[in-house]
Design a protein around this ligand. Structure first.
Ligand SMILES: Nc1ncnc2c1ncn2[C@@H]1O[C@H](COP(=O)(O)OP(=O)(O)OP(=O)(O)O)[C@@H](O)[C@H]1O
Ligand SMILES: [Mg+2]
Length: 363
């Protein structure tokens, strides 16, 4: 059966092993035309393996790759109309920048005049029109990475695969290049499959993130989905800070789960329910620090919990309250700094509040 024809790239049930090592398994994704999709995950989780299989540089044990509605699992790499950019730039060191960029066009037998025009066009796009005659070693890391990008986009591939392309750059340059790649993606309307293990980079750049863990896809969704609706403890822990509380489900009603927290407080709290959760079940409840507020006198919240203040840290515009629950567990509330108000003292009793909508059940 032909899968969804509107998808630009489809990966179905991919599996790849190296001897006893399972590098990738049960991997299925659909990348839409013009989408920026990022594979995010810890080292060894299978990101590069997935990219290599899609590129045709590694053969899968089983599964399928579809590009533009055509089965490409066994098509040779050069027939897949893909562009690739990797961490180590891979520019030819003995060729000038212009020759490097011209290389894929010569392979495609374009005429001299066309090549010169195209090289100039992409050098303008990556904002380096003045370096055409230099050798790669006479460029900074960020400039080399831009030339690698230019060489990749010059022949107009419909999908670009990038494996940690900014991994070798320092933080400031990486931030600049993130925006540069985003701009190119938007202006050229290319479909991008990007790999990083940096959660912030993934959040900044992606339309959707495919979170990988131990050779499998853990969760696939928009950055907001993954951040506010993680499905697992792993997903909650990998993206951002989180407060995790132990709880028991007492009821499920109208899309809400009613929970008794394990901290000893008798109060019940509510969270967004999830499929299959039943009364009596032990679960974890996750609340992001910015969804937890320190309640003032007379202030109420849908969910409340008592805690003892441990520490207050003002990080410019954000103030973090570290508090201890009756069972010793630590939680953190991060809220906008309201001004130079008198600080609460360590050990002081606090009430923390949050909404049912901002709490997530993890199983
Ligand atoms: N050629 C190979 N031979 C044997 N094992 C391999 C080979 N390539 C990858 N692996 C193994 O497959 C698993 C997935 O590797 P992969 O390179 O896809 O991870 P990754 O998510 O890209 O990690 P990183 O963030 O470190 O680049 C790892 O356990 C790795 O050791
Ligand atoms: Mg890798």
């Amino acid at each position: 059966m032909t899968p969804n024809a509107t998808a630009k790239l489809i990966v179905k049930d991919l599996r790849k092993t190296y001897g006893p090592v399972v590098a990738l398994t049960d991997a299925s994704i659909e990348v839409r035309e013009g989408e920026f999709l990022t594979l995010l995950g810890p080292s060894g989780s299978g990101k590069t393996t997935m990219l290599m299989v899609i590129a045709g540089l590694v053969q899968p044990d089983s599964g399928e790759v579809w590009i533009d509605g055509k089965l490409a699992t066994y098509a040779p790499s050069f027939k897949r109309d893909l562009g690739m950019v990797f961490q180590n730039y891979a520019l030819f060191p003995h060729m000038t920048v212009a020759e490097n960029i011209a290389f894929p066009l010569r392979m495609r037998r374009l005429g001299q005049a066309d090549i010169a025009r195209e090289v100039k066009r992409v050098l303008d796009i990556v904002r380096l029109p003045h370096v055409a005659d230099r050798l790669p070693r006479a460029l900074s890391g960020g400039q080399q990475q831009r030339i690698a990008l230019a060489r990749c986009i010059v022949y107009g591939p419909s999908i670009i695969l990038m494996d940690e392309p900014l991994g070798a750059l320092d933080k400031k340059l990486r931030d600049e290049m993130q925006l540069e790649i985003k701009r190119l993606h938007t202006e050229l309307g290319i479909t991008v499959l990007y790999v990083t293990h940096d959660q912030e980079e993934a959040m900044v750049m992606s339309d959707r993130i495919c979170l990988m863990n131990d050779a499998r896809i853990e969760q696939l969704g928009t950055p907001a989905d993954l951040y506010f609706r993680p499905r697992t403890l792993f997903a909650a822990g990998f993206l951002g800070e989180s407060n995790i509380l132990d709880a028991t489900v007492t009821a499920v009603e109208n899309g809400r789960a009613v929970l008794r927290l394990a901290v000893g407080d008798d109060a019940l709290v509510r969270a967004v329910a999830r499929d299959g959760v039943k009364p009596g079940q032990s679960v974890k409840l996750m609340v992001r620090p910015e969804c937890l507020t320190v309640l003032g006198q007379g202030e109420r919240a849908e969910n409340e919990i008592q805690a003892g203040l441990k520490d207050v840290i003002m990080v410019g515009g954000i103030t973090k309250h570290y508090a201890r629950l009756p069972d010793g567990k630590e939680v953190v509330a991060a809220n906008l700094t309201r001004g130079p108000v008198a600080q609460a003292a360590a050990g002081e009793a606090l009430r923390l509040g949050w909404s049912a909508d901002s709490s997530v059940l993890l199983v």
